[in-house]
Write a protein that binds this ligand. Structure first.
Ligand code: GLN
Length: 619
């Protein structure tokens, strides 16, 4: 079975013209460090000594599953100690953390990888040195018996995203010369860490170390560690986040053996090396790096691989302890309905209530990632007086919510609930992952509501404010022409003459009243019911109730620019434009009033639109 491509094919040259700068950087590392010939190929396992010392491959896998490759990234080499973190993670998930943590420590040993020294309890110092790794393999053997090796091989394959298998020659060579590891095995059995037959456990360990991977595989495996255990190429959840976090911890403190302290200090990216010449480095939430170059330094780490990691970390400032977050950046807009009301046209008594109580409804439009810092900042904005009665969190531009952010957000909802403040979420579907993330902690919070559209959420909150302050919202009541803001100031005679040229129309719920693009041949005065105005692409512009006009831009434009639908059974006066022109000639002062009113209504709409644009583009 050879699913690997021929060794010398350059894998990065399918870019025509401009290359992604990260690939260009890796190219440069490859050409710069190819000149580095210090170090020696490991030959304590004789078969390893046959490796071509000049081979050099660098691969980097991103969190969206792209894999960059430069040089010999498809040349198979044996995984060796790079298997240790994955088998440790596997042991945690297979046997449970308590069992594994009882048997194997997590302190750096300060010793070389093959040290025979155990800690004060006669247990291995950590799972990254041979003693700890052999103990891990022993635990898997305890759980899986004769199937242990295949169980490990398959798990490592899920990290790599493909079937992987053993290099038989290296396995035979390692087994033939592995007495030091056997000695460690017997010592571990003597202290009760290994319970099974030592030679069976060691056989699994030797085969595990002899699994063939490529630099590309190493990058994908590292990226899976960096991605909380989800392989970013295959999408498979390979291990639990608990196991992954603990694995990265021991990689940080012990992954590079007796160079680990220096490594964490200088490079600051959890990593693991193997005497086969591989290094993998996993920067959480950012990238996985895999390199292959068989010349090793005195610690057993690939010389060029170390250089690549150092260069990557320093060039892009990637040390894992070098991070910041702008807490204020997630609020794109923060306003009350005084500034930006819903698109529902309100009748005068509703408008009066809403103006007086506009601070009762506060809207936060959030953006980007919601982290602990961002959510805390939002929560503090809400702790200040005056406290609203309704808070709308619009999440439609939120790209992700961290675990901490989700938990803190849920705690904030609970806090608001204590003050009888209703929390409304918009821009998020109940089926979404973000909803689930928050939902885990919002169990039992009663006044939590969800409307997909922000405008619907604002409209609902406004209705509640109107109700609470005694205003009726009666969709069934009828309004005659005298209540139309567009006709404000007209005399009784002028109104009844206008009524005479209109006819009453009735519409069923859902009926389309106006179609965008049609000739605008009449205007409408809604008498009862509710209609909404929508752009052809589905954006709702306004919700209108009895007493409002629609299609009134027929006075200005020859064609309809939006659709109008009846939300419920509705009635309207329809006035044909041709008759209306005649009416205007007969009633010049009414005509002037109507055009003034129209100008005022359009100006009001524009003011709201401008306020919104301002909020979204300022600062
Ligand atoms: N199989 C090797 C050994 O046990 C692994 C050591 C390593 O890669 N550092 O000696």
């Amino acid at each position: 079975m050879n699913i690997l491509r021929p060794a010398t094919v350059p894998h990065s040259n399918h870019w025509t013209g401009a290359k992604p700068p990260l690939l260009r950087f890796l190219d440069r590392c490859h050409s710069d460090f190819s000149a580095e010939t210090r170090g020696a190929v490991a030959d304590y396992i004789p078969e390893l000594g046959k490796a071509n010392p000049d081979q050099f491959g660098i691969s980097l896998a991103t969190m969206d599953g792209h894999v960059y490759e430069v040089g010999d990234t498809r040349i198979p080499f044996t995984i060796q100690s790079m298997s240790k973190p994955f088998v440790f993670a596997l042991a945690l998930d297979t046997l449970g953390a308590a069992r594994v943590e009882r048997a194997i420590g997590v302190e750096p040993s300060g010793d070389p990888f093959n040290s025979i020294r155990l800690n004060a309890e006669n247990h291995p110092f950590n799972p990254m040195v041979n003693a700890g790794a052999i103990a891990c393999t022993g635990l898997i053997h305890e759980a899986k018996g004769a199937d242990a090796f295949d169980y490990i091989r398959k798990a490592l394959g899920r990290f790599a995203g493909r079937e992987i298998d053993v290099d038989q020659a290296v396995y035979a060579s390692e087994s033939a010369t592995g007495d030091r590891n056997r000695a460690i095995g017997y010592l571990l059995r003597n202290s009760g860490v290994i319970k099974d037959n030592v030679s069976e456990v060691l056989d699994v360990y030797f085969r595990q170390c002899s699994i063939q991977v490529t630099a590309r595989d190493a990058a994908v495996m590292a990226a899976t560690l960096a991605n909380r255990g989800v392989n970013p190429v295959t999408g498979e959840a390979v291990m639990t986040p608990y196991a992954i976090t603990r694995t990265l911890s021991v990689m940080t403190s012990s992954g590079m053996y007796d160079y680990a302290g220096e490594w964490t200090y200088r490079v600051g990216i959890p990593a693991k090396s193997g005497v086969g010449g591989g290094i993998l480095a996993a920067l959480p939430a950012r990238l996985g790096l895999g390199s292959y170059s068989p010349r090793l330094d005195k610690h057993g780490n690939s010389v060029r691989g170390v250089k690549v990691c150092e260069a990557l970390s320093s060039h892009y400032d990637l040390h894992m302890l070098n991070r910041s977050d702008n807490a204020r950046s997630s609020i794109i807009a923060d306003y009350t309905i005084g500034k930006i009301p819903s698109r529902r046209s309100r009748r005068p008594h509703e408008q009066t209530i809403l103006s007086a109580h506009h601070q009762d409804v506060r809207v936060f439009e959030l953006v980007g990632t919601l982290s602990l810092a961002n959510v805390d900042y939002v929560a503090r904005q809400l702790a200040a007086e005056p406290r609203p009665q309704f808070v709308i969190f619009d999440l439609r531009r939120v790209a992700s919510i961290t675990r901490a952010g989700a938990r803190l957000l849920a705690e904030e909802f609970r806090e608001l609930a204590q003050f009888r403040i209703t929390v409304i979420l918009s821009g998020i579907k109940r089926s979404s992952a973000d909803w689930k993330a928050i939902g885990e902690w919002t169990e039992g919070i009663s006044n939590l509501r969800n409307f997909y559209l922000l405008d619907t959420a604002i409209e609902w909150a406004e209705d509640q404010v109107v109700y609470r302050h005694g205003g009726a919202i009666d969709f069934l009541e009828t309004a005659d022409l005298s209540e139309q803001p567009l006709l404000a100031g007209l005399t009784g005679q002028e109104l009844s003459d206008l009524a005479a040229i209109g006819s009453i129309r009735t519409y069923r719920a859902g009926e389309k009243i106006i179609s965008s693009g049609d000739a605008a041949t009449s205007l409408f005065f809604l008498r009862s019911g509710v209609v909404h105005v929508t752009l052809p692409d589905g954006i709702r512009l306004a919700t209108l109730t009895a007493g409002m006009a629609f299609g009134e831009t027929a006075l200005l434009e020859p064609h309809r620019s939006a659709d109008v639908f009846a939300d419920m059974a509705a009635t309207a006066y329809e006035v044909p434009i041709r008759d209306f022109e005649h009416y205007r000639q007969q009633h010049p002062s009414a005509s002037e009033r109507i055009l003034r009113n129209l100008a005022q209504l359009l100006a009001d709409r524009l003011a709201v639109a401008n306020a919104k644009v301002n909020l979204l583009t300022a600062g």
